[in-house]
Design a protein around this ligand. Structure first.
Ligand SMILES: N[C@@H]1[C@@H](O)[C@H](O)[C@@H](COP(=O)(O)O)O[C@@H]1O
Length: 251
């Protein structure tokens, strides 16, 4: 595990974008695993800038998003499809046939999940997976007590997550209570993982993810077992860590 602790949100966005940009430059046919939420928005802005400046080309890039709300249409402004379109896809030269987001409107969700896993496998797996983290330590929508062996599946959202995500909706009653999410096993199969966190409200879960027991109660703790994971966090999110100690242990 590598931990990069930077000054603030802007630096977190630049640093994490640098990592993704390098991946794209090294392999223009990369398979990117993408995340939503407020945290990666700055990173997407940086990726768009790198594209506009001519540093990267998305033509041969494939993407797989972590998750999507259940029963929310692509055109709905709260959908993760809409989020990805607005923040990245419509601003770069990505081929929309190469983007993949679970279909929350699928008639048969089990089939949709199996198909999603198959598509990832057929592409040779995810080269680099971007993650945010929920305050309860969730990654994707893998809430506490999730099974580590789960692949893409339907999940029930935690009360805390519903509350946290209600800021994007007009009222808490509109927040979906279920979603389709890559499972922990899907995430752990990625060749490289970059987790982003910013702000003091993430300090506790970042501390637990790095120092705590590896337990489904704190899904992000499983990342301690991944051979190539980088946490890019700002000072506030890293405020509970003893960074000198971590340098000795992990770097
Ligand atoms: N499914 C997403 C996660 O992928 C994201 O990491 C989390 C944190 O969001 P934020 O970055 O807004 O704190 O929110 C949602 O629940």
């Amino acid at each position: 595990m590598k931990i990069i602790c930077v000054n603030d949100y802007d630096d977190m966005s630049k640093k994490s974008a640098d990592i993704v940009v390098s991946q794209i430059i090294l392999n223009p046919e990369s398979v990117l695993g993408l995340a939503t939420g407020s945290t990666p928005i700055g990173m997407y802005k940086q990726l768009v800038k790198a594209y506009e400046d001519g540093h990267i080309d998305f033509e041969k890039i494939t993407t797989f998003n972590l998750d999507e709300y259940f029963n929310i249409d692509k055109t709905n402004k709260q959908s993760y499809y809409y989020y990805m379109k607005k923040n990245l896809f419509e601003k770069v030269n990505i081929n929309m046939e190469n983007i993949n987001i679970p279909n929350g409107m699928a008639d048969n969700i089990d089939e949709e999940c199996l198909e999603y896993e198959k598509k990832i496998r057929d592409k040779g797996g995810v080269d680099i997976q971007v993650l945010g983290i929920g305050r309860n330590g969730h990654i994707g929508f893998n809430e506490p007590d999730i099974k580590f062996e789960a692949l893409t599946h339907m999940v029930k959202l935690d009360e805390q997550t519903i509350k946290d995500n209600s800021r994007f909706f007009d009222s808490i009653d509109e927040v979906p209570t279920t979603a389709i999410s890559m499972g922990i096993k899907t995430i752990m199969r990625a060749k490289k993982i970059v987790l982003l966190a910013s702000g003091k409200e993430k300090a506790e879960c970042i501390y637990e993810a790095i120092y705590g027991n590896i337990t489904p109660n704190l899904p992000a703790s499983v990342l301690q077992l991944h051979p190539d994971v980088i946490f890019v966090i700002d000072k506030q999110a890293g405020s509970k860590l003893n960074l000198e100690e971590i340098d000795k242990q992990y770097l």
